[in-house]
Write a protein that binds this ligand. Sequence first.
Ligand SMILES: *Cc1c(COP(=O)(O)O)cnc(C)c1O
Length: 357
Amino acid sequence: MSKIHVFNAGPCLLPQEVYDHAIEAIKDFKGTGVSVLSISHRTKEWEATMDECRALWRELLNIPEEYETVFLGGGASMQFLYVAMNFLEKKAGYLETGVWAKKALKEAKGLGDAVALASSADRNYCYIPKGYEIPSDLDYFHITTNNTIYGTEIRHDIDSPVPLIADMSSDILTRPIDVSKYALIYGGAQKNAGPAGVAFAIVRKDALGKVSRYIPTMLDYRTHIDKGSMFNTPPVFSVYIMNETLKWVKSMGGVSALQKIDEKKAATLYAEIDRNPMFVGTAEPEDRSIMNVAFVMAPGYEDREADFLAFAKERGMIGIKGHRSVGGFRASLYNASTQEDVDALVECMKDFEKENA
Ligand SMILES: *Cc1c(COP(=O)(O)O)cnc(C)c1O
């Protein structure tokens, strides 16, 4: 069998050393003789891991003093509800750039007046809407920076006259961000920052406490901030692996170093998609995602989709089948994937062309 190349959209590929450390920690967590799966979250060894994770996160993302960070269960989907619970008083605006954005909006609609200020649903979310107005009377404006399913991305920190909230599940840690432009940044770790089971939130302290509703204890960011993400049992193993992943990010030279690698990987694959007459990208070129590259068979070759999937599978490509709402293919190029993985996929596309075009 050939070497495998993992392009899964999530949970994502993680660095080999993270898997190796996890195996060790399952056997013996920090020399305690107890597995990380059974360690008490009230031990000093565990608290040190939680503290290290928080400190690395702050350092890697250059998070200013006025912001708090929490690590929680429930995934990004639970954060959709946290957002509305903690920030929606009168009215909120959302940028509808895909399925996740729409799901976030749905949770807000359940709690108050929330609207899509602009949407790219008219063309199956293949672009990022532009030229919309953000009314200044909104409680907040919500964006999804990377649309994991459609392969579009808002790859800069936008200006907003009202508190800006961003779901960065699938592009956090891929470029330096100006955190000070946001009231809240959140996401699930499993797309780029770690394993499934833990979600992150980076929240500006003074943006909280402005709503009049009763916020259930577990859905109030302040509960978790006050207790250092240990109000209840945290997702211990997931946070452990996230911490190991962050250590790896730091060892690679941090976010700016990964940005260069990530942008080169994406450029390599897009160049082949644009060159190869058998394939065509689905996202508008100016809005293309660096993390999730979506493409389909070019006109005239539509019936070859299953053949290419089988051909690629034979060569060790894993996880390139597109999401059902776009079809075709999607290669997710998260931080732990390598230029070598991308080069192998490009070779595979070239060979398929040679045999079939
Ligand atoms: C995967 C994803 C989600 C949902 O994450 P869960 O942790 O599974 O709830 C939300 N937003 C974006 C952008 C995603 O990619």
